[in-house]
Design a protein around this ligand. Structure first.
Ligand SMILES: [Ca+2]
Length: 301
């Protein structure tokens, strides 16, 4: 225990020092030209106003990229359903936002049915699988109308989630979207819907320095900075791993990712094993520096 406290003290000192001396790494000449493709999709999200800001950044990114969803739904994970809905409505002011559901008669289930009957859609799942599992339980026929579900969860065998694998301070991070509702994940994966996992490792490869987010509202920059300060002590290096933001980038620009086929196993952990016969895939940024530039180009306008 004294060792951990010592490492934490050192980390805090380094973080505080770097917070004083860090300068933005982003400059307008770093801009890249996005090659996004137009996608029809629903986003299911659990935005917090006090913890992880990555759902929030994903909302800014998608709206600024000009590829808007057919529907936004709020789910649990980072925060309870009620808070997620309040936050989602603020983040998506010009969109239809529906609250998380518990029953087949709830508005969310009807809206999903309406939209998926009208057209085939991709689902960008940024929180737990609770809503999507419910929709599929109420209307199993809708599975064939879902082109793909993009899920921010999963790990390769024996992979642990460390922000800094060399430091390994305190304990590994959780696979929160999976652990919030394992049963819902199992129910979604049992359906024959193509799934793409954009997991912890993908977000951790593309770290964002709060100072580089020059184009988002000041209140959002402060949220990101505050969250980065909580991660600095566990190896975050005064940056955030923008998990949901990277998944949103995959939605618009899948060619910027390397993907391999995996078979998902739902147990205590969600384990993704390589299998050439599988239809699901695990995707990681092929060039993390380019992806970081893409994210900042869009977010900074
Ligand atoms: Ca999320």
């Amino acid at each position: 225990m004294p060792h951990i406290i010592f490492v934490m003290l050192i980390s805090v000192s380094v973080a505080l020092l770097s917070s004083c001396t860090d300068t933005p790494r982003w400059a307008p000449e770093n801009r890249v030209h996005p090659k996004e493709q137009e996608v029809q999709y629903i986003v299911d999200t659990d935005p917090s106003d006090t913890k992880d800001p990555d759902d929030r950044l994903a909302a800014f990114f998608l709206q600024r990229a000009g590829n808007n969803p057919q529907l936004v739904s709020a789910t649990n994970g980072n925060v309870p359903l009620k808070s997620a809905f309040t936050n989602a409505r603020e983040l998506w002011p010009n969109h239809l936002v529906v609250p998380g559901a518990k029953n087949c008669t709830d508005d969310l289930v009807q809206r999903y049915q309406q939209e998926l009957t009208r057209q085939e859609l991709t689902i960008l799942a940024l929180g737990s699988m609770r809503n999507i599992a419910l929709v599929l339980a109420c209307h199993p026929e809708l599975a064939q109308r879902i082109r793909k579900v993009i899920i921010v969860a999963g790990r390769t065998p024996n992979e642990e989630f460390w922000l800094n694998p060399d430091q390994k301070v305190v304990r590994p991070m959780q696979d929160l979207n999976f652990e919030t509702d394992r049963q819902a994940m199992r129910r979604v994966l049992e359906k024959s819907i193509p799934v793409t996992f954009v997991p912890f490792a993908a977000g951790n490869m593309v770290r964002i320095l709060p100072l580089d987010l020059q184009g988002i509202p000041a209140v959002e920059r402060i949220r990101v900075r505050d969250h980065a300060s909580t991660l600095a002590i566990v190896g975050g290096g005064w940056t955030i791993p923008p998990f949901d933001l990277v998944a949103a980038a995959y939605l618009l620009q899948p060619a910027s990712f390397n993907c391999r086929r995996v078979q998902a196993e739902v147990g205590k952990d969600l384990v993704l094993r390589q299998s050439d016969k599988a239809t699901d895939q695990l995707c990681l940024p092929s060039d993390p520096k380019y992806l970081q530039a893409l994210l900042l180009t869009v977010l900074n306008g």
